[in-house]
Design a protein around this ligand. Structure first.
Ligand code: PXG
Length: 411
């Protein structure tokens, strides 16, 4: 076997090396981050930027929160991996604290968001066969158009986005798709074989799209009446991001299952989980599901500290307060290319009109001004800073956002 690698294997800038040696499954902005702290990152030339993406909510605590770094270091000195073949001293307390935070009975620890979603789907199918009495392998799960639940074959099987799925079939069967926010369509899609309705309370990836007021509450009533589980993907919206512990709390809704991830790892480590009722998660028996790394002591120590910091630093309340201010500030900018500003807490989308020529060029202009943002879909700029961001930092950043929005010309 030959490779094109020669003696110049190591030569090139970090961007050139990533382009040469990495699969091109991303199109990053041309900035190379070398270090970070709180809401700031620095590039390899020492230039400082405000992080307005927060790794898609995984950095709610900010970069390298001192308490998370300390918790991780403490655990590094004790034990990092055990496998689930043995118990470890961190997992039980972590799951207890996680269940208390989520007001749930049981949790199943994984690593990534996609794995948490897969776990929720498996749990819902198992419940359908063992509790609801659906004939084996005939369970259906209802999902919403324009969802984002991850990148695995099953997660893209649920997707309605061509780019995410079209070259990756054949797909996992057993799903029905209804429009987001349409309770009548949900009700009509339910059959005696329906196990669950899986939904994001706010569709972040498809452009920070909010459901109509009351949708989640009505979906809860409909699923409960029909004997169908309500499973919420709060991987991006959960743990304070929208101004409450969970986005569904804005509507007073309690699901049967949560998929959570991202900021559960405090911005320092991948930690995810399916969290839910005993009636559902209590059905798993040894050997049916698992993960090499899920529930490892390092992840659990980090997860415990992540939840404590969220609570003790009142980060959900902070997201509510700063988010309210940010929404008003962005709405006050007079820019004809802006179609709509919407969001909850510190998860805000600025939708541009088609003549703006796409959100990417705005993100590039913002980068030149020292703000790191990312477009979501064609026309939406997402503003999702770490929840720890200072009010002055936010205010100064918005001056620059305003100048970019005012000065950009339609293409
Ligand atoms: N559900 C939701 C709502 C998400 O936002 C996932 C599931 C999957 O999580 P993992 O940890 O498996 O990526 C997400 C992830 C990216 C990317 O770079 C991921 C997300 C958002 C934007 C980009 O793959 N969200």
């Amino acid at each position: 076997m030959t490779t094109t690698a020669g003696t110049d294997r190591q030569s090139g800038t970090p961007i050139e090396l990533a382009e040469r040696w990495g699969a091109h499954n991303y199109a990053p902005l041309p900035v190379v981050i070398e270090r970070a702290e709180g809401a700031y990152v620095w590039d390899t030339d020492g230039r400082r930027y405000v992080d307005f993406l927060s790794c898609y909510s995984a950095l709610s605590h900010g970069h390298r929160h001192p308490r998370l770094v300390a918790a991780m270091k403490r655990q590094l000195e004790l034990v990092t991996l055990t496998s689930r073949a043995f118990h470890n001293a961190e997992m039980g307390p972590f799951l207890q604290e996680l269940c208390a935070y989520c007001d749930m009975d049981m949790a199943l620890p994984m690593n990534t968001g996609a794995e948490a979603v897969e776990t929720v789907l498996k749990a819902a199918r198992k419940w359908a066969y063992e509790v609801k009495g659906v004939p084996r392998h005939e369970a259906e799960i209802i999902v919403c158009a324009d969802n984002f639940h991850g990148r695995t074959i099953t997660a893209v099987s649920l997707s309605t986005e061509e780019l995410y799925r079209d070259d990756f079939g054949p797909f996992t069967p057993g799903f029905r798709i209804v429009p987001f926010g349409d309770v009548a369509a949900l009700e009509a899609a339910i059959t005696p074989r329906t196990a669950a309705f899986l939904v994001e309370p706010l569709q972040a990836e498809s452009g920070v799209r909010l459901a109509p007021e009351g949708f989640l509450r009505e979906a809860r009533a409909v699923t409960r009446a029909a004997g169908v589980l309500l499973a919420l993907d709060e991987i991006q919206t959960g743990l304070g991001r929208t101004g409450r512990r969970f986005c569904c709390h804005h509507e007073g809704v309690k699901p049967d299952l949560f998929a959570i991830g991202k900021s559960l790892g405090g911005g320092v480590y991948p930690v995810s989980a399916a969290v839910g009722t005993r009636e559902v998660l209590g059905l798993f028996t040894p050997g049916e599901h698992g993960s090499t790394f899920g529930g490892n002591p390092l992840a659990c120590a980090v997860g415990r500290e992540s939840l404590r910091v969220l609570e003790e630093e009142h980060l959900a309340e902070r997201a509510a307060r700063l988010g309210e201010w940010l929404l008003g500030r962005l709405r006050a900018i007079d820019c004809p290319e802006v179609k709509e500003v919407r969001g909850m807490g510190l998860l805000i989308g600025v939708e541009l009109r088609p003549q703006a020529g796409g959100a990417r060029r705005y993100c590039e202009a913002l980068m030149a001004e020292g703000l790191l943002c990312k477009e979501t879909h064609e026309n939406v700029i997402r503003f999702a800073p770490p929840l720890v961001i200072g009010q002055e930092t936010l205010e100064a950043a918005m001056e620059r956002v305003e100048s970019v929005l005012r000065r950009m010309k339609p293409v």
